[in-house]
Write a protein that binds this ligand. Structure first.
Ligand SMILES: *[C@@H]1O[C@H](CO)[C@@H](O)[C@H](O)[C@H]1NC(C)=O
Ligand SMILES: *[C@@H]1O[C@H](CO)[C@@H](O)[C@H](O)[C@H]1NC(C)=O
Ligand SMILES: *[C@@H]1O[C@H](CO)[C@@H](O)[C@H](O)[C@H]1NC(C)=O
Ligand SMILES: *[C@@H]1O[C@H](CO)[C@@H](O)[C@H](O)[C@H]1NC(C)=O
Ligand SMILES: *[C@@H]1O[C@H](CO)[C@@H](O)[C@H](O)[C@H]1NC(C)=O
Length: 667
């Protein structure tokens, strides 16, 4: 009797130390959320562009004969892994069979070549040193493949468990952690947590112990993101108390999720609080009106001519989604949505054949700049092309859009409710608790339009939730034929008790124009999920054409018109004249979006710094010519732009009735 009691007790202790704090929300298998409307078109544009073709010609991810043999598969270090992780959801959501097949070949090659020790990757049967990091994006890809094809579960989970046993042994022996693995440990922790949640196979203790070793052998993010030690300006003249790469933008973007991941095995609420503080510090001291933060290699402060690397845009989206699932704090979801609809499209050409390494908030040219405003990056960093400055973003960016789509809907782990976390046109089918088959279709032009019409078909009643962004003002919801009522969100989510059968929800989510204060007394304008910028007319010049793919070009852009404007932000009026008809494709390019802000402006003297980037916005600028009305367009559609403006006081008085009451009517 006594010994049985002891056994039960020790089992309890073991299970509690090896348990993970539950997620508030979890994503549903890849393919369960489908893009619709303009966002489906955006994924098709991505597949018709660089992302869907790079495996045919780009040597880092290509297996074509002219490169020779299996180069494609021998790059599990970075390029192959990133490509695999991004192209799986891209191919699944656009139903691209050739690329689905290619990703399966990649998977099989990697699994077939796992050695007896459990190692995966090009270090098998070589003397190359074994560092853990390159495998993490591969695991994220493999998990998505298994969600689409459950018959892959056994081989993938087998390989993962074999690898985990080896990784644990390596970590215990102080092996496998180079400077990249030391900063990106949280991504492996998230993979291990997926394994623990879904296929633990009795290895909970080993899994949690591996998570702890990863944290102990890695960068102490709780200190990096602490109020006391966090850098409050561009870091080039500061002394970093940590490893140099702790202030590297992409590492920080990944590291933002670290304390949320830690919380799941420490069960210490202070970790969640620290994740939240860190998130706020990054955006307070390095944030951009486009939603993202600046790091042109290292953290870059608030100046509008400094750069944001494309890789960190997509990594911040992924970290924000993870933090939302762990914490249920909708500030993460609000920001992920803002980044996706502004910073991500802004740094890719409309047709998605060219990507920048760095985007600038005020970007008056995209060309070779000597000198350039980026202390640690080269003069070609803001050129749109195949791989200016560094190749990593060419293989990393494709995961941005499709992963946003597949995390747009989430369920509570008890499967009692379904939530739309990201707003936009989507369709989802899933099975909730009690074998309740549910389909949800969201018809909308959001983020361009404010109205979302959602049709839900359910076999049984359930609790549906919809995120109401923090910027919404006077939002309403109408359920079936009932009159519209004001929204009443709890923790950022509107709760709707949906009955069996068909339910139609109409949400109207208007927002006021917000004036954001920026350095040098400059201002930036926001309205709802979109940030607005002056789209500078441009001339384009092709700098280089890839010898194997004529559509892969490096594109220089120069301003072909006035850009040095001051604005009177109090005169800004929202216009949605183009809404209602089908949106053009691609949507994120010059003149395409159907919405704009009209604002009074005047030309000012605004000097260049170097020969071809803008100095900070001038303070107390005086008009050098007559004032006029200019149109600002969604930032994501602009490739050359001014979006942090000096101000002046317009002599034109905007009539009250001209303002919101008038412009909020449908055209
Ligand atoms: C590694 O080398 C051993 C011994 O030559 C061989 O048996 C094994 O098949 C090789 N493994 C791989 C994955 O190539
Ligand atoms: C760093 O120091 C250089 C040289 O003194 C200076 O030009 C630059 O403005 C400084 N940068 C920051 C962010 O303080
Ligand atoms: C929880 O985390 C905080 C902050 O990191 C730490 O000071 C505290 O000791 C931790 N509590 C426990 C019980 O480990
Ligand atoms: C919200 O309603 C108030 C009161 O009617 C109005 O003043 C305000 O302009 C409205 N805001 C928006 C964004 O429609
Ligand atoms: C702008 O004007 C304000 C108020 O007159 C003054 O305090 C400030 O120094 C001026 N800034 C510059 C850069 O001239």
């Amino acid at each position: 009797m006594a010994s049985a009691k002891i056994l039960v007790l020790s089992a309890l202790v073991a299970s509690s130390t090896a348990s993970l704090a539950p997620l508030h929300y979890k994503t549903i298998p890849l393919g369960s959320v489908q893009p619709k409307g303009w966002i489906y078109d955006q994924l098709v544009v991505q597949m018709n562009g660089l992302a869907g073709h790079e495996h045919e010609f780009y040597e880092l991810v290509s297996d074509t004969d002219w490169i020779g043999g299996d180069a494609f598969y021998s790059v599990l270090e970075e390029a192959g892994s990133y490509w695999f992780d991004g192209l799986i959801p891209s191919a699944v959501l656009t139903n691209n069979e050739p690329i689905k097949k290619k990703t399966l070949e990649f998977l099989n090659y990697v699994l077939d070549n796992q050695d007896e020790s459990g190692w995966l990757g090009p270090e098998v049967n070589t003397t190359k040193p074994r560092y853990l990091w390159g495998r993490y994006p591969f695991f994220f890809g493999a998990i998505q493949l298994l969600e689409v094809d459950p018959s892959l579960t056994e081989p993938i989970v087998d390989a993962m468990h074999k690898f985990v046993a080896l990784a644990h042994e390596m970590l215990v022996n102080g092996e496998g952690v180079d400077k990249w693995a030391a900063t990106r440990w949280e991504d492996f922790v998230v993979v291990l947590q997926w394994l623990h949640d879904n296929h633990p196979r009795g290895q909970e203790e080993l899994l949690v112990d591996t998570m702890k070793y990863l944290k102990w052998t890695g960068i102490p993010w709780e200190q990096v993101f602490s109020e006391e030690l966090f850098p409050k300006s561009a870091v080039e003249n500061l002394t970093n108390p940590f490893e140099e790469l702790a202030w590297h933008g992409v590492n920080m973007a990944e590291g933002l999720k670290a304390l949320g991941a830690t919380y799941r095995f420490t069960h210490n609420d202070s970790d969640l609080e620290a994740a939240s503080v860190g998130w706020d510090l990054v955006f307070q001291y390095h944030g951009r009106p486009s939603g993202i933060f600046a790091a042109d290699e290292m953290l870059a402060g608030l100046e509008a001519n400094r750069g944001t690397e494309l890789c960190l845009v997509v990594e911040t989206m992924l970290s924000g989604t993870f933090l939302y699932m762990v914490s249920e704090d909708s500030k993460y979801a609000d920001r992920v949505e803002r980044i996706t609809y502004n910073a991500l499209p802004a740094t890719l050409t409309g047709d998605m054949w060219g990507r920048q390494y760095l985007q600038q908030q005020n970007q008056i040219s995209a060309m070779n700049m000597t000198p350039n405003p980026f202390p640690s990056d080269g003069p070609e960093s803001n050129i749109f092309g195949l791989e200016p400055n560094y190749p990593c973003c060419t293989v990393a960016f494709p995961k941005g859009w499709p992963k946003f789509v597949s995390s747009a809907f989430m369920v509570t782990p008890d499967l009692e409710s379904l939530a739309q976390i990201y707003l936009g046109p989507f369709e989802t089918s899933t099975v909730l608790a009690g074998d309740n088959h549910v389909t949800v279709t969201v018809d909308t032009q959001y983020p361009f339009g404010d109205v979302l019409t959602t049709t839900i078909v359910a076999e049984k009643a359930f609790l549906y939730k919809i995120r109401i962004p923090s910027w919404v003002e006077n939002g309403t919801i109408a359920v079936n034929d009932a009159a519209a009522e004001g929204v009443t969100p709890e923790k950022g989510l509107q709760y709707v008790n949906v009955g069996a059968g068909t339910t139609v929800l109409v949400l109207d989510l208007p927002a006021a124009v917000i004036i954001e204060a920026r350095p040098h007394s400059a201002v930036a304008l926001q309205r709802g999920p979109l940030h607005y910028a002056y789209d500078i007319p441009r001339t384009e010049h092709v700098l280089a054409v890839d010898p194997h793919e004529h559509r892969a070009i490096d594109l220089q852009m120069e301003p072909a018109g006035q850009w040095a404007w001051a604005i009177d932000p109090n005169t800004a009026v929202f216009r949605k004249d183009g809404l209602g008809t089908a949106l053009p494709s691609p949507i994120f390019d010059f003149g395409r979006p159907p919405v704009s802000l009209r604002v009074q402006a005047c030309p000012v003297d605004w000097p260049l710094a170097g020969d071809i980037f803008a100095a900070p916005p001038p303070e107390n600028a005086t008009c050098t010519g007559p004032e006029r009305t200019i149109s600002l367009t969604p930032y994501g559609a602009t490739k050359l732009r001014v979006s942090e403006f000096p101000t002046f006081e317009s002599s034109i008085i905007v009539e009250e009735e001209m303002n919101y009451a008038f412009i909020e009517q449908q055209p």
